[in-house]
Unconditional design. Structure first.
Length: 168
C-alpha cells in the first residue's frame, strides 16, 4: 500500500518550499551577516516560519505513513470483503541499515485476488506481522479487499495469545 495521495502530495509540495526557504535564509545571512536587524523583522520571521512549517509538514507526512497504513489495513480487515488470493511475488521493504544489518520495515506482497463473484484482479498488500514473513510465491492466502478501490489487506491469523497463570 502506497503512501496515501494526500500525504504524498503534501510531502512533494513541502520539499521545494523547504529548499527555497532555506536558500533564502542562507542568502539573507550571507548578505547581512549576523546583523539581521537591518531587515524588517517580518521578512526574517516569514522566511523562518516558512522553513519551519515546510519542515514539519515534510517530516510529518513521512512519519504519518506507517500510522495511516496501519489504520487502513485495520479498517480493511474489519469491513472488507473476504476473498482468496495467490501470492505472485513478495519483497521486503527496507528502512535502512544498522550495524551492517538490513532493517526490514514490512513485506510487500503482490497478489492475484479472486473475489467471490468470480472476478480476478492484481493487488498489492503490505504487512509487517510475523506471519507475513512466512509466505512464499504460489501460496494461497485469505485477504480482505475493498471492491471499489481494490485495496487489499492480508487476513492472516494473529499470534496465539498466551494465557496468564494465576498460581505464580
Amino acid at each position: 500500500m502506497k503512501l496515501p495521495k494526500f500525504f504524498r502530495s503534501l510531502m512533494y509540495a513541502s520539499i521545494p518550499v523547504f529548499v527555497v526557504s532555506m536558500i533564502l535564509v542562507v542568502i539573507l545571512m550571507l548578505i547581512f551577516g549576523e546583523d539581521l536587524s537591518a531587515l524588517e523583522g517580518t521578512v526574517v520571521n516569514i522566511a523562518g516560519g516558512v522553513t519551519v512549517v515546510s519542515f514539519i509538514t515534510m517530516s510529518g507526512s513521512i512519519i504519518a505513513n506507517p500510522l495511516v497504513r496501519f489504520i487502513e489495513n485495520a479498517l480493511l480487515r474489519r469491513f472488507g470483503s473476504s476473498a482468496t488470493a495467490t501470492v505472485i511475488d513478495l519483497y521486503y521493504v527496507q528502512s535502512g541499515t544498522q550495524r551492517g544489518r538490513k532493517l526490514i520495515e514490512a513485506v510487500r506482497i503482490k497478489l492475484e485476488v479472486r473475489d467471490p463473484d468470480g472476478g480476478k484482479f492484481t493487488g498489492v498488500a503490505e504487512d509487517n506481522s510475523s506471519m507475513a514473513y512466512m509466505l512464499n510465491s504460489g501460496q494461497t492466502v485469505q485477504v480482505k479487499f475493498d471492491p471499489r478501490t481494490r485495496e487489499v489487506a492480508l487476513d492472516l491469523p494473529g499470534k496465539p495469545k498466551m494465557s496468564t497463570r494465576k498460581d505464580f
